[in-house]
Design a protein around this ligand. Structure first.
Ligand code: ADP
Length: 258
């Protein structure tokens, strides 16, 4: 499987004025990879994810998954937003089952998947709870379990931990790396947090702003098996600093500072 973006551009027209949010995006993401996209606010990170999710069409270019053109949302791409958007009247297990009800699976397979992904995301003890009874981190676990239960080829994460406190965020980072190792799902994650991108990604793509373009595509040369202590190693800190500089440079260039 590869996800391919070829010469992608996206324009938004608001009250007769057209702005180019993304331009000339060429990206290829291989099966099983973990790619993080970073960039200043407004550089087009969310737009990029929406295009891949099929929520909005590109103005130019073509997106393919396994050679098939992406023309709308589909179960092969699972999406998680910053605020999980759970169904408030459904219990945790019924939220996780939601996407499965739309797939033609038999009852046993549906139940097996719900059990497995609740276990994988540490939610087995909360399966009967309602979203309003959960913490922010627990809600995001449900959103991740719900996306994973459909066993998508690509998991698309849009700032999924952006609203969480530092401790919970680190727990979730460890969780998502574990899920990635256990399931082999391809992950594409948008974040403004460079530390998070370097910790999680095997590749970090830096977007430049106005219009959003790929400014750098960096392979993270850190051990495949990482725990949180890697964040304190000199290699990690150096890579993090150089990518933060790159993001800052792109932003300064964009707003005309020197
Ligand atoms: P990021 O996720 O990096 O903050 P976005 O993808 O949200 O960037 O936005 C990129 C650019 O596109 C910004 O200039 C933003 O104002 C514009 N934009 C995003 N979504 C829309 C929309 N639905 N309508 C009009 N302009 C939009």
């Amino acid at each position: 499987m590869t996800l391919q973006l070829k010469a992608i551009a996206k324009d938004y027209t608001v009250r007769g004025t057209t702005t180019r949010a993304l331009d000339g995006i060429d990206l290829e993401i291989a099966l099983g990879d973990f790619v993080c996209v970073v960039g200043a606010s407004g550089s087009g990170k969310s737009t990029l994810l929406s295009l891949i999710a099929g929520l909005t069409p590109p103005s130019e270019g073509m997106i393919t998954l396994d050679g098939d053109a992406v023309t709308g949302p589909g179960p092969d791409r699972g999406l998680v937003f910053q605020h999980g958007a759970l169904y408030p009247w459904r219990s945790v297990e019924r939220n996780v089952a939601f996407g499965l009800e739309l797939l033609s699976l038999d009852k046993e397979e549906r139940a097996r998947r719900v059990d497995w992904y609740l276990e994988e995301t540490g939610l087995a003890g909360l399966r009967k709870s309602l979203p309003k009874q959960l913490s922010g981190g627990q809600k995001q676990r449900v959103a991740i379990a719900r996306a994973l239960a459909c066993e998508p080829e690509v998991l698309l994460l849009d700032e999924p931990f952006g609203a969480l406190d530092v401790q919970t965020k680190e727990d979730m980072q460890v969780l998502i790396r574990q899920v990635w190792t256990d399931t082999g799902t391809t992950v594409l994650m948008v974040t403004h947090d460079v530390e998070e991108a370097v910790f999680l990604g095997r590749r970090v793509v830096v977007l430049a702003s106005d219009p959003g373009r790929v400014a750098a595509d960096i392979t993270v040369e850190l051990p495949g098996e990482r725990d949180l202590s890697v964040k304190r190693t000199p290699e990690f800190l150096a890579l993090r600093a150089s990518i933060e500089d790159l993001v800052r440079e792109q932003h300064r260039g964009h707003v005309g500072l020197s």
